[in-house]
Design a protein around this ligand. Structure first.
Ligand code: SAH
Ligand code: SF4
Ligand code: F3S
Length: 469
Protein backbone atom coordinates (compact mmCIF):
# COMPACT_ATOMS: atom_id res chain seq x y z
CA UNK A 1 0.00 0.00 0.00
CA UNK A 2 1.22 3.48 -0.82
CA UNK A 3 0.46 6.02 1.92
CA UNK A 4 -1.61 9.03 0.94
CA UNK A 5 0.71 11.95 0.31
CA UNK A 6 -0.34 15.57 0.42
CA UNK A 7 1.46 18.84 -0.27
CA UNK A 8 1.40 22.10 1.60
CA UNK A 9 -1.35 24.46 0.51
CA UNK A 10 0.31 27.75 -0.50
CA UNK A 11 -2.94 29.74 -0.36
CA UNK A 12 -3.00 29.43 3.46
CA UNK A 13 0.69 30.23 3.83
CA UNK A 14 0.18 33.31 1.68
CA UNK A 15 -2.85 34.36 3.72
CA UNK A 16 -0.79 34.26 6.93
CA UNK A 17 2.05 36.08 5.18
CA UNK A 18 -0.31 38.96 4.44
CA UNK A 19 -1.00 39.21 8.17
CA UNK A 20 2.69 38.99 9.18
CA UNK A 21 3.65 41.62 6.58
CA UNK A 22 0.96 44.00 7.84
CA UNK A 23 2.13 43.35 11.40
CA UNK A 24 5.70 44.15 10.28
CA UNK A 25 4.62 47.48 8.81
CA UNK A 26 2.64 48.45 11.92
CA UNK A 27 5.30 47.39 14.47
CA UNK A 28 8.53 47.85 12.49
CA UNK A 29 9.42 44.21 13.15
CA UNK A 30 8.16 40.76 12.24
CA UNK A 31 5.76 38.99 14.62
CA UNK A 32 7.35 36.26 16.71
CA UNK A 33 6.52 32.58 17.19
CA UNK A 34 7.36 30.51 20.25
CA UNK A 35 7.31 26.72 19.80
CA UNK A 36 7.37 24.75 23.03
CA UNK A 37 8.02 21.02 23.02
CA UNK A 38 7.16 18.31 25.53
CA UNK A 39 7.69 14.59 25.04
CA UNK A 40 9.91 12.44 22.89
CA UNK A 41 12.18 12.84 19.88
CA UNK A 42 9.20 12.42 17.57
CA UNK A 43 7.73 15.58 19.04
CA UNK A 44 11.06 17.38 18.78
CA UNK A 45 11.16 16.43 15.11
CA UNK A 46 7.58 17.66 14.63
CA UNK A 47 8.39 20.93 16.40
CA UNK A 48 11.24 21.59 13.98
CA UNK A 49 8.65 21.37 11.21
CA UNK A 50 6.26 23.67 13.05
CA UNK A 51 9.06 26.20 13.53
CA UNK A 52 9.97 25.85 9.83
CA UNK A 53 6.35 26.50 8.88
CA UNK A 54 6.13 29.52 11.18
CA UNK A 55 9.25 30.99 9.57
CA UNK A 56 7.92 30.34 6.08
CA UNK A 57 4.80 32.31 7.02
CA UNK A 58 6.83 35.35 8.09
CA UNK A 59 7.32 34.80 11.83
CA UNK A 60 10.65 35.17 13.60
CA UNK A 61 11.34 32.51 16.23
CA UNK A 62 11.67 33.50 19.89
CA UNK A 63 12.59 31.72 23.13
CA UNK A 64 10.22 33.69 25.31
CA UNK A 65 6.45 33.20 25.25
CA UNK A 66 5.92 36.77 26.57
CA UNK A 67 7.35 38.25 23.38
CA UNK A 68 5.40 35.98 21.00
CA UNK A 69 2.40 36.71 18.77
CA UNK A 70 2.02 32.97 18.12
CA UNK A 71 2.54 30.28 20.76
CA UNK A 72 2.49 26.64 19.68
CA UNK A 73 2.53 24.05 22.49
CA UNK A 74 3.49 20.58 21.25
CA UNK A 75 2.26 18.23 23.97
CA UNK A 76 2.92 14.70 25.26
CA UNK A 77 0.44 12.27 26.83
CA UNK A 78 2.62 9.31 27.70
CA UNK A 79 2.25 9.71 31.47
CA UNK A 80 -0.04 11.74 33.69
CA UNK A 81 2.82 13.89 34.90
CA UNK A 82 3.55 15.06 31.33
CA UNK A 83 -0.05 16.12 30.83
CA UNK A 84 -0.35 17.88 34.19
CA UNK A 85 2.80 19.87 33.52
CA UNK A 86 1.66 20.87 30.05
CA UNK A 87 -1.78 21.96 31.24
CA UNK A 88 -0.23 24.11 33.92
CA UNK A 89 2.08 25.75 31.37
CA UNK A 90 -0.86 26.44 29.04
CA UNK A 91 -2.71 27.88 32.04
CA UNK A 92 0.04 30.44 32.53
CA UNK A 93 -0.40 31.71 28.98
CA UNK A 94 -3.77 33.12 29.98
CA UNK A 95 -1.96 36.14 31.40
CA UNK A 96 0.02 36.74 28.23
CA UNK A 97 -3.16 36.64 26.18
CA UNK A 98 -4.80 39.08 28.60
CA UNK A 99 -1.98 41.56 27.83
CA UNK A 100 -2.09 40.93 24.09
CA UNK A 101 -5.50 39.84 22.74
CA UNK A 102 -3.97 39.42 19.27
CA UNK A 103 -1.82 36.54 20.52
CA UNK A 104 -2.72 33.16 18.99
CA UNK A 105 -2.29 30.07 21.18
CA UNK A 106 -2.25 26.73 19.34
CA UNK A 107 -1.91 23.33 21.00
CA UNK A 108 -0.87 20.20 19.12
CA UNK A 109 0.79 16.87 19.85
CA UNK A 110 -0.31 13.69 21.60
CA UNK A 111 -2.33 15.22 24.44
CA UNK A 112 -4.83 16.78 22.04
CA UNK A 113 -5.14 13.51 20.15
CA UNK A 114 -7.49 12.58 23.02
CA UNK A 115 -11.08 13.72 22.87
CA UNK A 116 -11.40 14.43 26.59
CA UNK A 117 -8.37 16.74 26.51
CA UNK A 118 -9.69 18.61 23.48
CA UNK A 119 -12.98 19.11 25.29
CA UNK A 120 -11.17 20.25 28.41
CA UNK A 121 -9.17 22.85 26.46
CA UNK A 122 -12.29 23.99 24.63
CA UNK A 123 -14.34 24.47 27.81
CA UNK A 124 -11.78 25.47 30.42
CA UNK A 125 -9.04 27.22 28.43
CA UNK A 126 -10.96 29.81 26.38
CA UNK A 127 -7.71 31.55 25.41
CA UNK A 128 -6.58 28.48 23.40
CA UNK A 129 -7.41 29.32 19.77
CA UNK A 130 -7.17 25.90 18.11
CA UNK A 131 -5.71 22.42 18.42
CA UNK A 132 -4.53 19.97 15.77
CA UNK A 133 -3.51 16.34 16.14
CA UNK A 134 0.01 14.90 16.26
CA UNK A 135 1.43 13.83 12.89
CA UNK A 136 -0.37 16.69 11.12
CA UNK A 137 1.87 19.77 11.35
CA UNK A 138 0.78 20.71 7.82
CA UNK A 139 -2.58 21.76 9.29
CA UNK A 140 -1.00 24.80 10.96
CA UNK A 141 -1.21 27.31 8.04
CA UNK A 142 -4.90 26.63 7.34
CA UNK A 143 -6.00 26.77 10.97
CA UNK A 144 -3.89 29.83 11.67
CA UNK A 145 -5.06 31.78 8.62
CA UNK A 146 -8.70 31.02 9.38
CA UNK A 147 -8.37 32.07 12.99
CA UNK A 148 -6.48 35.26 12.07
CA UNK A 149 -9.34 36.05 9.69
CA UNK A 150 -11.77 35.92 12.61
CA UNK A 151 -12.85 32.27 12.31
CA UNK A 152 -14.14 30.35 15.32
CA UNK A 153 -12.03 28.22 17.64
CA UNK A 154 -11.51 24.67 16.29
CA UNK A 155 -10.37 21.44 17.95
CA UNK A 156 -9.42 19.01 15.21
CA UNK A 157 -9.57 15.27 16.03
CA UNK A 158 -6.91 12.86 14.73
CA UNK A 159 -7.31 10.45 11.85
CA UNK A 160 -6.63 6.73 11.67
CA UNK A 161 -4.14 7.21 8.80
CA UNK A 162 -3.06 10.83 8.57
CA UNK A 163 -1.51 11.56 5.16
CA UNK A 164 2.25 12.08 4.84
CA UNK A 165 3.35 15.59 3.86
CA UNK A 166 6.93 15.65 2.51
CA UNK A 167 7.38 19.32 1.67
CA UNK A 168 7.16 20.94 5.11
CA UNK A 169 10.12 23.30 5.69
CA UNK A 170 12.27 22.30 8.68
CA UNK A 171 13.98 24.64 11.09
CA UNK A 172 16.65 22.41 12.64
CA UNK A 173 17.70 23.22 16.18
CA UNK A 174 21.19 21.84 15.74
CA UNK A 175 23.60 22.13 12.84
CA UNK A 176 25.39 18.89 13.64
CA UNK A 177 22.64 16.55 14.87
CA UNK A 178 19.35 15.82 13.12
CA UNK A 179 16.23 13.68 13.38
CA UNK A 180 14.78 11.92 10.35
CA UNK A 181 11.40 10.23 10.78
CA UNK A 182 11.17 7.03 8.80
CA UNK A 183 7.69 6.09 9.90
CA UNK A 184 4.81 7.47 11.88
CA UNK A 185 2.23 5.92 14.20
CA UNK A 186 2.13 2.55 15.92
CA UNK A 187 0.14 -0.69 15.55
CA UNK A 188 1.28 -2.45 18.68
CA UNK A 189 -1.21 -1.41 21.31
CA UNK A 190 0.91 -2.27 24.32
CA UNK A 191 -1.82 -2.27 26.97
CA UNK A 192 -0.33 0.62 28.98
CA UNK A 193 0.38 2.95 26.08
CA UNK A 194 -1.59 5.88 24.66
CA UNK A 195 0.57 6.41 21.56
CA UNK A 196 -1.36 4.20 19.06
CA UNK A 197 -4.60 5.97 20.00
CA UNK A 198 -3.24 9.43 19.35
CA UNK A 199 -0.77 8.90 16.52
CA UNK A 200 -2.78 6.51 14.35
CA UNK A 201 -1.64 3.43 12.45
CA UNK A 202 1.87 2.76 11.15
CA UNK A 203 2.78 4.64 8.00
CA UNK A 204 6.21 4.36 6.36
CA UNK A 205 7.86 7.07 4.31
CA UNK A 206 9.19 6.00 0.93
CA UNK A 207 12.89 4.97 1.07
CA UNK A 208 13.77 7.51 -1.67
CA UNK A 209 12.32 10.37 0.41
CA UNK A 210 14.30 9.28 3.49
CA UNK A 211 17.53 8.86 1.54
CA UNK A 212 17.08 12.25 -0.14
CA UNK A 213 16.62 13.90 3.27
CA UNK A 214 19.71 12.17 4.70
CA UNK A 215 21.75 13.12 1.63
CA UNK A 216 20.75 16.77 2.10
CA UNK A 217 21.74 16.64 5.77
CA UNK A 218 25.08 14.98 5.05
CA UNK A 219 25.83 17.60 2.40
CA UNK A 220 25.00 20.33 4.92
CA UNK A 221 27.63 18.88 7.28
CA UNK A 222 25.35 17.16 9.82
CA UNK A 223 27.45 14.64 11.76
CA UNK A 224 24.89 12.62 13.69
CA UNK A 225 21.57 11.48 12.23
CA UNK A 226 18.87 9.57 14.12
CA UNK A 227 16.21 7.66 12.21
CA UNK A 228 12.97 7.86 14.16
CA UNK A 229 9.84 5.77 14.53
CA UNK A 230 7.80 4.34 17.40
CA UNK A 231 8.86 0.91 16.20
CA UNK A 232 11.40 1.27 13.41
CA UNK A 233 11.50 -2.49 12.83
CA UNK A 234 7.98 -2.34 11.42
CA UNK A 235 9.34 -0.08 8.69
CA UNK A 236 8.14 -1.07 5.23
CA UNK A 237 5.50 -3.57 6.40
CA UNK A 238 2.31 -3.47 4.32
CA UNK A 239 3.84 -1.18 1.72
CA UNK A 240 4.49 -1.71 -1.96
CA UNK A 241 8.20 -0.92 -1.66
CA UNK A 242 10.35 -3.90 -0.88
CA UNK A 243 12.54 -2.54 1.91
CA UNK A 244 12.56 -3.61 5.54
CA UNK A 245 14.33 -1.63 8.24
CA UNK A 246 17.66 -3.45 8.13
CA UNK A 247 17.76 -2.87 4.35
CA UNK A 248 16.87 0.79 4.83
CA UNK A 249 19.64 1.14 7.42
CA UNK A 250 22.15 -0.31 4.97
CA UNK A 251 20.94 1.93 2.15
CA UNK A 252 21.05 5.07 4.31
CA UNK A 253 24.52 4.19 5.60
CA UNK A 254 25.73 4.13 1.98
CA UNK A 255 24.94 7.84 1.58
CA UNK A 256 28.22 9.76 1.16
CA UNK A 257 29.38 11.90 4.06
CA UNK A 258 31.02 11.86 7.45
CA UNK A 259 28.07 11.11 9.71
CA UNK A 260 27.04 8.63 12.35
CA UNK A 261 23.70 6.90 12.00
CA UNK A 262 21.39 6.07 14.92
CA UNK A 263 17.85 4.80 15.14
CA UNK A 264 15.08 4.40 17.67
CA UNK A 265 12.95 2.69 18.86
CA UNK A 266 13.27 -1.06 18.26
CA UNK A 267 10.48 -3.23 19.59
CA UNK A 268 12.08 -6.49 20.77
CA UNK A 269 9.47 -8.62 19.01
CA UNK A 270 10.40 -7.11 15.63
CA UNK A 271 14.14 -6.55 16.07
CA UNK A 272 15.74 -9.05 13.68
CA UNK A 273 19.10 -10.78 13.46
CA UNK A 274 19.41 -9.02 10.10
CA UNK A 275 19.19 -5.71 11.97
CA UNK A 276 21.97 -6.78 14.32
CA UNK A 277 24.05 -7.85 11.30
CA UNK A 278 23.54 -4.38 9.81
CA UNK A 279 24.73 -2.76 13.07
CA UNK A 280 27.79 -5.02 13.03
CA UNK A 281 28.63 -4.50 9.36
CA UNK A 282 27.87 -0.84 8.60
CA UNK A 283 30.63 1.50 9.70
CA UNK A 284 28.38 4.51 9.97
CA UNK A 285 25.81 2.80 12.20
CA UNK A 286 26.43 3.56 15.89
CA UNK A 287 27.14 0.51 18.00
CA UNK A 288 24.19 1.16 20.26
CA UNK A 289 20.83 -0.55 20.50
CA UNK A 290 17.91 0.82 22.49
CA UNK A 291 15.82 -2.30 23.10
CA UNK A 292 13.12 -1.58 25.69
CA UNK A 293 12.29 -4.73 27.66
CA UNK A 294 9.67 -3.02 29.94
CA UNK A 295 9.55 -5.95 32.41
CA UNK A 296 11.55 -9.07 33.25
CA UNK A 297 8.47 -11.18 33.96
CA UNK A 298 6.88 -13.19 31.14
CA UNK A 299 3.52 -12.97 32.88
CA UNK A 300 3.65 -9.16 32.92
CA UNK A 301 5.00 -9.01 29.36
CA UNK A 302 1.96 -10.96 28.27
CA UNK A 303 -0.38 -8.62 30.12
CA UNK A 304 1.44 -5.74 28.47
CA UNK A 305 0.74 -7.33 25.04
CA UNK A 306 4.43 -7.24 24.17
CA UNK A 307 4.63 -10.53 22.22
CA UNK A 308 8.08 -11.69 23.38
CA UNK A 309 9.45 -13.64 26.31
CA UNK A 310 12.46 -12.90 28.46
CA UNK A 311 14.29 -15.80 26.78
CA UNK A 312 13.59 -14.66 23.21
CA UNK A 313 14.65 -11.14 24.22
CA UNK A 314 17.91 -12.42 25.73
CA UNK A 315 18.59 -14.48 22.61
CA UNK A 316 18.64 -11.29 20.53
CA UNK A 317 20.80 -9.53 23.08
CA UNK A 318 23.25 -12.45 23.17
CA UNK A 319 23.49 -12.38 19.37
CA UNK A 320 24.20 -8.63 19.49
CA UNK A 321 26.91 -9.11 22.12
CA UNK A 322 28.49 -11.89 20.07
CA UNK A 323 28.48 -9.84 16.86
CA UNK A 324 29.28 -6.45 18.39
CA UNK A 325 31.10 -7.08 21.69
CA UNK A 326 31.44 -3.41 22.61
CA UNK A 327 27.81 -2.49 21.75
CA UNK A 328 25.98 -0.30 24.22
CA UNK A 329 22.49 -1.46 25.13
CA UNK A 330 19.82 0.67 26.77
CA UNK A 331 16.26 -0.10 27.79
CA UNK A 332 12.99 1.28 29.11
CA UNK A 333 11.47 -0.28 32.23
CA UNK A 334 8.01 0.21 33.73
CA UNK A 335 7.50 -0.62 37.41
CA UNK A 336 4.13 -1.10 39.05
CA UNK A 337 2.22 -2.33 36.02
CA UNK A 338 -1.19 -3.66 37.20
CA UNK A 339 -0.85 -7.09 38.81
CA UNK A 340 2.95 -6.85 39.21
CA UNK A 341 3.86 -8.98 42.24
CA UNK A 342 7.08 -8.80 44.24
CA UNK A 343 8.16 -11.90 42.33
CA UNK A 344 7.52 -10.22 38.97
CA UNK A 345 9.45 -7.21 40.12
CA UNK A 346 12.38 -9.39 41.27
CA UNK A 347 12.38 -10.86 37.74
CA UNK A 348 12.80 -7.31 36.40
CA UNK A 349 15.77 -6.76 38.73
CA UNK A 350 17.10 -10.05 37.45
CA UNK A 351 16.97 -9.02 33.80
CA UNK A 352 18.88 -5.86 34.70
CA UNK A 353 21.64 -8.09 36.07
CA UNK A 354 21.57 -10.37 33.03
CA UNK A 355 21.37 -7.68 30.37
CA UNK A 356 23.79 -5.30 32.14
CA UNK A 357 22.36 -2.26 30.39
CA UNK A 358 24.54 0.78 30.02
CA UNK A 359 21.59 2.88 30.97
CA UNK A 360 17.85 2.51 31.53
CA UNK A 361 14.96 4.91 31.30
CA UNK A 362 12.66 3.88 34.12
CA UNK A 363 9.05 4.84 34.63
CA UNK A 364 6.40 4.37 37.25
CA UNK A 365 3.31 2.97 35.56
CA UNK A 366 0.78 5.74 34.91
CA UNK A 367 -2.79 4.72 33.97
CA UNK A 368 -3.83 6.26 30.63
CA UNK A 369 -7.52 6.75 30.00
CA UNK A 370 -8.85 4.49 27.25
CA UNK A 371 -6.01 1.94 27.42
CA UNK A 372 -6.71 -1.66 28.56
CA UNK A 373 -4.24 -1.55 31.47
CA UNK A 374 -6.02 1.42 33.03
CA UNK A 375 -9.12 -0.81 33.32
CA UNK A 376 -7.28 -3.73 34.95
CA UNK A 377 -8.48 -4.33 38.48
CA UNK A 378 -5.23 -5.07 40.28
CA UNK A 379 -3.67 -1.58 40.15
CA UNK A 380 -0.59 -1.25 42.36
CA UNK A 381 -0.59 1.15 45.30
CA UNK A 382 1.44 4.33 44.91
CA UNK A 383 3.84 3.58 47.77
CA UNK A 384 4.60 0.08 46.43
CA UNK A 385 5.35 1.57 43.00
CA UNK A 386 7.67 4.22 44.48
CA UNK A 387 9.49 1.71 46.66
CA UNK A 388 10.10 -0.62 43.67
CA UNK A 389 11.16 2.30 41.53
CA UNK A 390 13.81 3.28 44.10
CA UNK A 391 15.15 -0.29 44.25
CA UNK A 392 15.27 -0.47 40.47
CA UNK A 393 17.29 2.74 40.23
CA UNK A 394 19.64 1.64 43.00
CA UNK A 395 20.51 -1.60 41.20
CA UNK A 396 20.91 0.08 37.80
CA UNK A 397 23.15 2.74 39.33
CA UNK A 398 25.47 0.01 40.62
CA UNK A 399 25.57 -1.61 37.18
CA UNK A 400 26.11 1.71 35.38
CA UNK A 401 28.96 2.58 37.76
CA UNK A 402 30.64 -0.79 37.16
CA UNK A 403 30.24 -0.42 33.41
CA UNK A 404 31.45 3.18 33.43
CA UNK A 405 34.56 2.21 35.41
CA UNK A 406 35.40 -0.41 32.79
CA UNK A 407 35.67 2.45 30.29
CA UNK A 408 38.51 4.25 32.12
CA UNK A 409 41.63 4.18 29.94
CA UNK A 410 39.67 3.56 26.74
CA UNK A 411 39.53 6.09 23.91
CA UNK A 412 36.48 7.30 22.03
CA UNK A 413 35.65 9.73 19.27
CA UNK A 414 33.28 12.28 20.74
CA UNK A 415 31.04 14.77 18.92
CA UNK A 416 31.04 18.01 20.92
CA UNK A 417 27.57 19.28 21.90
CA UNK A 418 28.73 22.43 23.73
CA UNK A 419 29.04 23.52 27.34
CA UNK A 420 28.49 20.71 29.85
CA UNK A 421 25.10 20.67 31.52
CA UNK A 422 26.64 19.43 34.79
CA UNK A 423 29.61 21.81 34.98
CA UNK A 424 29.78 24.88 32.81
CA UNK A 425 33.57 25.07 33.04
CA UNK A 426 33.70 22.02 30.76
CA UNK A 427 32.39 20.87 27.42
CA UNK A 428 30.41 17.71 26.77
CA UNK A 429 29.82 15.43 23.85
CA UNK A 430 28.62 11.95 23.02
CA UNK A 431 30.35 8.80 21.89
CA UNK A 432 28.86 6.58 19.23
CA UNK A 433 27.45 4.52 22.11
CA UNK A 434 25.49 7.60 23.13
CA UNK A 435 27.50 7.99 26.32
CA UNK A 436 28.01 11.54 27.49
CA UNK A 437 31.62 12.51 28.20
CA UNK A 438 32.68 15.73 29.95
CA UNK A 439 36.02 17.23 28.98
CA UNK A 440 38.21 20.30 29.04
CA UNK A 441 38.55 21.65 25.55
CA UNK A 442 39.80 25.09 24.76
CA UNK A 443 39.21 26.03 21.14
CA UNK A 444 36.83 23.12 20.52
CA UNK A 445 33.58 24.20 18.88
CA UNK A 446 30.11 22.67 18.87
CA UNK A 447 30.01 20.05 16.13
CA UNK A 448 33.78 19.28 16.29
CA UNK A 449 34.82 15.68 16.75
CA UNK A 450 37.61 14.96 19.24
CA UNK A 451 39.45 11.84 20.32
CA UNK A 452 39.20 11.45 24.10
CA UNK A 453 40.68 9.11 26.66
CA UNK A 454 38.36 8.37 29.58
CA UNK A 455 40.20 9.39 32.74
CA UNK A 456 37.52 9.13 35.41
CA UNK A 457 34.04 7.67 35.79
CA UNK A 458 31.23 7.91 38.30
CA UNK A 459 27.62 6.75 38.10
CA UNK A 460 26.36 9.69 36.13
CA UNK A 461 29.41 11.05 34.32
CA UNK A 462 32.42 10.07 32.29
CA UNK A 463 35.36 12.47 32.20
CA UNK A 464 37.86 12.53 29.36
CA UNK A 465 41.01 14.24 28.16
CA UNK A 466 41.68 15.19 24.58
CA UNK A 467 44.19 13.06 22.70
CA UNK A 468 43.76 14.75 19.35
CA UNK A 469 41.32 16.93 17.54
N1 SAH B 1 7.57 3.38 20.88
C1 SAH B 1 8.56 3.45 21.86
C2 SAH B 1 8.37 4.54 22.88
C3 SAH B 1 7.09 4.56 23.62
S1 SAH B 1 6.93 5.72 24.90
C4 SAH B 1 8.72 2.08 22.44
O1 SAH B 1 7.91 1.21 22.19
O2 SAH B 1 9.69 1.85 23.10
C5 SAH B 1 8.47 5.56 25.79
C6 SAH B 1 8.40 4.73 27.01
O3 SAH B 1 7.46 5.26 27.93
C7 SAH B 1 7.95 3.30 26.81
O4 SAH B 1 8.96 2.48 26.34
C8 SAH B 1 7.49 2.92 28.20
O5 SAH B 1 8.55 2.41 28.96
C9 SAH B 1 7.05 4.24 28.79
N2 SAH B 1 5.58 4.30 28.94
C10 SAH B 1 4.66 4.29 27.96
N3 SAH B 1 3.40 4.36 28.49
C11 SAH B 1 3.56 4.42 29.83
C12 SAH B 1 2.66 4.50 30.93
N4 SAH B 1 1.35 4.50 30.76
N5 SAH B 1 3.19 4.56 32.18
C13 SAH B 1 4.53 4.55 32.37
N6 SAH B 1 5.41 4.47 31.38
C14 SAH B 1 4.95 4.40 30.12
FE1 SF4 C 1 3.53 2.44 22.80
FE2 SF4 C 1 4.09 -0.12 22.48
FE3 SF4 C 1 3.69 1.43 20.35
FE4 SF4 C 1 5.88 1.76 21.82
S1 SF4 C 1 5.37 -0.09 20.65
S2 SF4 C 1 4.54 3.37 21.06
S3 SF4 C 1 5.16 1.32 23.89
S4 SF4 C 1 2.17 0.87 21.88
FE1 F3S D 1 6.11 10.95 22.21
FE2 F3S D 1 4.71 11.60 24.32
FE3 F3S D 1 3.52 11.29 22.03
S1 F3S D 1 6.37 10.19 24.28
S2 F3S D 1 4.71 9.80 20.93
S3 F3S D 1 5.05 12.83 22.54
S4 F3S D 1 2.75 10.64 23.98
Amino acid sequence: MQEKKISLQPEYINAVKKYTEAYGVAHARAPRAFVQTFGCQQNEADSERLAGLAKSMGYELTDTPESAQLIIVNTCAVREHAEKKTLSVIGQYKHIKAEDPELIIAVCGCMVGQEHRRNELKMRYPYVDFTFPPASPQMLPKLLSERLAGGRRVFVPGEERPPICEDIPVHRESKHRAWVSVMYGCNNFCTYCIVPYVRGRERSRAPEDIIAEVRGLAEAGVRDITLLGQNVNSYGKNTDFDCDFSTLLRRVSEVDGDFRLRFMTSHPKDATFALIDAIAECDKVAKHLHLPVQSGSDRILERMNRHYSVESYMEKLDYLRARVPDAAVTSDIIVGFPGETEEDFLATLDILRRARYDRIFSFIYSPRRGTPAAEMEDQIAGEVKSERFARLIELQNEITLEKNRELVGKTFRVLCDGVSRTNEKYLEGRTEHDRIVIFEGEGIAIGDTVELEITKADTFNLFGKILEK
